[in-house]
Design a protein around this ligand. Structure first.
Ligand code: NAD
Length: 356
């Protein structure tokens, strides 16, 4: 099992080091190779996604990614900015399925802005299509409006579209994820207004016939946004398009109130994936040894489950994270009075200890 380790910038190297420590503590043999990406790639090779890094990512069975970006690169031309590395990797590796769990451990219920009884124990998975929809549809741009009441004025426009195979493949990912959980799937659309999403709904319903053990329901995106805040625990797996998923997954993440806890996976058609925390490079706290490494450690657990076929080891890592939280250990971002405040490396070491 070969893992490409791409720590990136800011807190990236600090948090990835903890996840590597945890992986090394498992009774498995990995080949790990590290390469520069983002600002670090630009500094070392003049490009945020150096050729050697991309080659390594393509050869590996999975990629463990830290975070990229720093304000000091804001004046670079867009193609050379660190964040372009993520877009490049998604495109080059064909990563069309983004899996974002939002889990609120009962010990951290106080961190949410919602009432503890509404969110405590929350455990949902949002499956977002990542390479299609209005974000990539063509034509797009600014033009002179050809007809209608605004004819002759300038207008901005984009194209929303999904090909049948794009919908089918994300639906399969979502149904299979649901099979591994509570066997409930909600497909979110706007079929009442948009042709693209009526088509989406029809195709998802067709794919459902391959998964008779999974209960599928459909929900309009406006209702889904409302239900996510009103009664989030009613959801289990949610599948939706790129734009709705972008918005809903951030809302779901924030239900948990602790960005340092949330992992993510982006998968290709063969379950090869890129695993990264949902947060950024946090330049404000980089180098201080106080970043929360748990989102990255939980991303490594997702990697074990989805790309490396090691579900039991993934459970072990997730249980170790629960154990350190139950022991009262907290990094600064999730600290509450009466708990034990620890730094990045101490938190990583505690997870390793709990594994043993
Ligand atoms: P951010 O997620 O880096 O930070 C937001 C806030 O959360 C900051 O106060 C930060 O200190 C805190 N935070 C984030 N992760 C934390 C952790 N593990 N432990 C404790 N606190 C944590 O978002 P931002 O400040 O908007 O962006 C900073 C840089 O990161 C930018 O250059 C941005 O482009 C980049 N970014 C990268 C990714 C990625 O690599 N996938 C994602 C988002 C933002």
């Amino acid at each position: 099992m070969k893992i490409a380790i791409l720590p990136g910038d800011g807190i990236g190297p600090e948090i990835v080091a903890q996840a590597v420590k945890v992986l090394n503590a498992l009774d498995l043999k990995f080949e790990m190779e590290t390469a520069a990406v983002g600002g670090a790639g630009y500094e070392a090779h003049g490009h945020p996604l150096p050729e050697a890094t991309l080659k390594l990512a393509k050869e590996a069975d999975a990629v463990l990614f830290g975070a990229v970006g720093d304000w000091k690169y804001d004046t670079l031309e867009r193609a050379l900015r660190p964040e372009q590395a993520i877009l490049g990797l998604r495109k080059e590796l064909g990563l069309f399925a983004n899996l974002r769990p939002a889990i609120l451990y009962p010990e951290l219920a106080g961190a949410s802005t919602l009432k503890p009884e509404v969110v405590s124990g929350l455990d949902i998975l949002i499956v977002r299509e990542l390479t299609g929809d209005i974000y990539f549809g063509k034509p797009r741009g600014v033009r002179v409006c050809p007809d209608g009441p605004f004819a002759g004025e300038r207008e901005g426009f984009d194209t929303m579209r999904y090909a049948e195979s794009e919908i089918r493949r994300i639906a399969h990912v979502a149904f299979q994820a649901a099979q591994k959980r509570s066997k409930r799937l909600t497909s979110v659309d706007k079929a009442n207004v948009l042709e693209t999403f009526q088509f989406w709904k029809d195709i998802v319903s067709e794919v459902a016939k391959d998964y008779p053990d999974v209960a599928l329901d459909h929900m309009y995106v406006d209702n889904a946004a409302m239900q996510l805040v009103r009664a989030p625990k009613k959801f289990d797996v949610v599948v939706t398009g790129n734009m709705f998923g972008d918005i809903l997954s951030d809302a779901a993440a924030m239900l948990t109130g602790s960005i340092g806890m949330l992992p993510s996976a982006s998968l290709d058609a063969n379950n090869k994936g890129l695993y990264e925390p949902s947060h950024g490079s946090a330049p404000d706290i980089a180098g201080k040894g106080i970043a929360n490494p748990l989102a990255t450690i939980l991303s490594a657990a997702m990697m074990l489950r989805y790309s490396l076929g090691q579900a039991e080891q993934a459970d072990r890592v997730e249980n170790a994270v629960k154990a350190v939280l139950a022991q009262g250990l907290r990094t600064a971002d999730i600290y509450e009075e009466g708990m034990t405040k620890v730094g990045t490396a101490e938190m990583g070491a505690a997870v390793v200890q709990a594994l043993r």
